[in-house]
Design a protein around this ligand. Structure first.
Ligand SMILES: Nc1ncnc2c1ncn2[C@@H]1O[C@H](COP(=O)(O)OP(=O)(O)OP(=O)(O)O)[C@@H](O)[C@H]1O
Ligand SMILES: [Mg+2]
Length: 264
């Protein structure tokens, strides 16, 4: 499905601030995998997502999606088949456009149809039904400018924009981290609902280690540009939070350093 081969990326190469962010990283995702990604600050988690999305080109290595080599495919083309939600609710939606206009824009983009300014009646109905599934009352606010919504509502709109037409890959970069606990829990429920219904191949970065072990079917841990742990199946079911931290300490001979880590 997604195959990353020997991906290498060094930032500020040749300067005193040189930083190896990905060190010959290899990762293969199976169709329908829901992988949680954990690791210390600066481990390279967001950089891994940036590499997959084409935010920069790799120094070395290859990225294949569904058998297609996308290593040199420009970011805007990849974004048609890769959905991404960031931590910051301000990203991902256009604040001066309404909920409906935002949905229509991403719908027409992922359908590869040319940009249209007229929204068809059938589409309005489809967007309304889609929004109502998530019971946040957004279906009654389709004419509201997205900039007026709460952070949680905006994250849900972004999530829907990314998944209305099933992406080949969904990338969630701490997408609930900026929300209050109750809203974060609701957005996580909605996320699971969407991923399960459409069997989306998904990677989710989280600093909540318990959530990482409870969500999805596989957990990878990154450190210093490498994947140092990749657990699934029975091994993962038996894994406890302390077990996870112990494995990190054993491999790296130090404690995990993550200032946003939630152990609950
Ligand atoms: N565009 C860039 N230019 C220079 N350095 C960068 C760039 N992007 C990332 N880095 C560096 O690469 C390393 C990995 O950063 P990354 O953002 O991937 O970490 P992370 O695992 O997402 O951490 P966090 O948990 O804090 O979000 C860091 O040292 C970071 O400073
Ligand atoms: Mg990050």
């Amino acid at each position: 499905m997604l195959k990353i081969e020997d991906a290498k990326k060094t930032f500020l190469s040749g300067t005193p601030n040189e930083r190896a962010a990905l060190r010959k990283l290899n990762l293969t995702l199976n169709q329908g995998d829901f992988v949680t990604v954990v690791g210390s600050n600066g481990a390279g988690k967001s950089t891994l997502f940036n590499a997959v999305c084409g935010n920069f080109l790799l120094d070395e290595g290859r990225i294949l999606l569904d058998g297609q080599d996308i290593t040199f495919m420009p970011e805007h083309k990849r974004s048609r088949v890769i959905g991404r939600v960031f931590q910051d609710p301000m990203r991902g939606t256009a604040p001066h456009m309404t909920i409906e206009e935002n949905l229509a824009l991403s719908y027409s983009r992922s359908k590869k149809s040319p940009l249209r300014f007229a929204i068809r009646k059938s589409e309005t109905q489809m967007f309304r039904e889609y929004l109502s599934r998530f019971r946040m009352g957004l279906e009654d606010r389709m004419d509201a400018k997205v900039g007026l919504l709460s952070g949680g509502q905006r994250q849900v709109v972004t999530l829907l924009m990314c998944t209305m037409v099933s992406p080949k890959l969904l990338l969630l970069d701490e997408h609930t981290a900026a929300l209050d606990p109750a809203t974060a829990a609701r957005v996580m429920e909605i996320t699971k609902e969407i991923v399960e219904k459409d069997k989306l191949t998904t990677m989710m970065i989280t600093h909540n280690l318990s959530a990482a072990l409870e969500t999805g079917n596989r957990t990878i841990m990154m450190d210093d540009g490498e994947i140092i742990l990749d657990v699934s199946g029975e091994e993962r079911e038996k894994m406890t939070l302390n077990g996870l931290l112990d494995m990190y300490s054993q491999k790296r001979r130090k404690q995990m350093d993550n200032d946003r880590m939630l152990l609950v």
